[in-house]
Design a protein around this ligand. Structure first.
Ligand SMILES: NC(=O)c1ccc[n+]([C@@H]2O[C@H](COP(=O)([O-])OP(=O)(O)OC[C@H]3O[C@@H](n4cnc5c(N)ncnc54)[C@H](O)[C@@H]3O)[C@@H](O)[C@H]2O)c1
Length: 343
């Protein structure tokens, strides 16, 4: 008999760190972790097994399916937005073909187990594409069905994967025989930029806020790659983990939609610098916009409307910006520096 487990792909990344620790501490399920890189030893104690390998390796996925029954899959593995613009084809392979491999694996498993696999997918505000700053100002808090016109390979990958998820959820093998449980219980969150006190981001285009924080906390200068007035939504990592776990726990009947906006706060780059200056004496931040990265951030909404998540599954963040800084980010950074881990 196959062992029931929870699968986390991209386990070694920023979200993987927070999610595995949280599930490992709070729940009894066995976690199987998969990533291209060896799992951070701090996470190993929470995992039943950690595998080094690619979601593109179908033989590896076949071996996993022969041993385990995946009740829930948190599919976090991806190439992020900046990296994807340098290698669009590789991004498409990982972000789209890799996701398709996992959706198919989940759908096959649903067919033989008779139980729909839950599939949690972190999408992104990169699915939105505003044509210019005037429209961005007019758009205000963008709703899920508006402005689905991404300008990046990453955003195109995300919105297509949401559609693949919708297909596997509601229409998979729709012309087949009527009986039998089939498909995948797909649920996606369109995350804003995420800020962690534990990990330093790399490869994303919202990285200017977490990079600024990590530089200031470790007493370094920071040349911010966007203008002072640049504004997009953000969230502290504990709220991102909370949102994933709330969406996982929501009853399927309550879901009016499968790809939800969630957000917490949206300071401009200068406002964030000013908040840091209230908490650290030595804040040396300059603004030196990288025109191409700036144009990507300018195409993302200044804020998103997350009413659907609030109404359907009672979403509400725990952290506004001051609380995120005072109760999570600043103590976390100071703790890491004192432990000699750098910020
Ligand atoms: N961090 C954010 O601000 C943010 C915002 C919106 C959405 N997301 C999404 O959340 C998910 C996780 O993001 P993150 O911030 O933890 O990213 P991350 O870059 O920190 O982690 C991604 C992980 O995926 C792994 N990976 C890459 N290719 C792989 C492959 N072929 N097979 C197996 N593993 C592979 C990487 O080694 C890495 O550990 C991604 O889908 C990302 O698009 C993140």
């Amino acid at each position: 008999m196959r062992e029931p487990v929870l699968l986390v792909t991209g386990a070694n990344g920023e979200i993987g760190h927070g999610l595995i620790e949280r599930i490992g501490r709070d729940r009894r399920e066995k976690i199987v972790a998969l990533d291209l890189t060896p799992l951070d030893p701090r996470l190993a104690e929470f995992c039943h097994e950690s595998l080094v390998g690619s979601i593109l390796d179908e033989a590896l996925l076949d071996r996993l399916v022969s041993r385990y029954e995946f009740r829930t899959i948190f599919h976090l593995a991806a190439l992020l937005s900046t990296r994807a613009e340098f290698s669009p084809r590789a991004a498409h392979d990982v972000n789209v073909s890799g996701t398709l491999n996992l959706l198919q694996m989940a759908a096959d498993q649903t067919e033989w187990s008779g139980r729909r696999v839950k599939f949690l997918f972190p999408s992104s505000i990169a699915v939105y594409g505003l044509p210019d700053l005037e429209e961005k100002a007019r758009a205000d808090r963008v709703r899920e069905k508006s402005w689905n016109l991404p300008t990046t390979m990453y955003g195109c990958n995300k919105i297509y994967c949401e559609q693949l998820g919708r297909y596997y959820c509601s229409y998979y093998k729709q012309l087949g025989a009527a009986d039998g449980v089939r498909g995948v219980d797909f649920r996606a969150l369109r995350f804003p930029g995420l800020i962690s006190a534990v990990t330093v981001p790399s490869g994303g285009t919202s990285d200017f806020i977490p990079e600024m924080l990590h530089a200031v906390a470790s007493g370094q200068e920071y040349a911010c790659f966007v203008r002072e007035d640049t504004r997009i939504p953000f969230m502290a990592m504990p709220d991102a983990i909370k949102a994933l776990l709330m969406l996982e726990a929501a009853s399927e009947d309550s879901l009016s939609w499968r790809s939800y906006n969630v957000t917490s706060f949206n300071p401009s780059a200068a406002e964030f610098r000013d908040e840091l200056a209230k908490r650290w004496n030595d804040v040396r931040v300059t603004f030196e916009p990288h025109l191409k990265r700036q144009s990507i951030v300018d195409s993302w909404p200044a804020d998103v409307n997350d009413d659907a998540a609030r109404e359907d599954w009672a979403w509400a963040p725990d952290y506004d910006l001051p609380r995120a800084l005072d109760d999570y980010l600043v103590p976390g950074m100071r703790g890491r520096i004192e432990a000699g881990e750098g910020a």
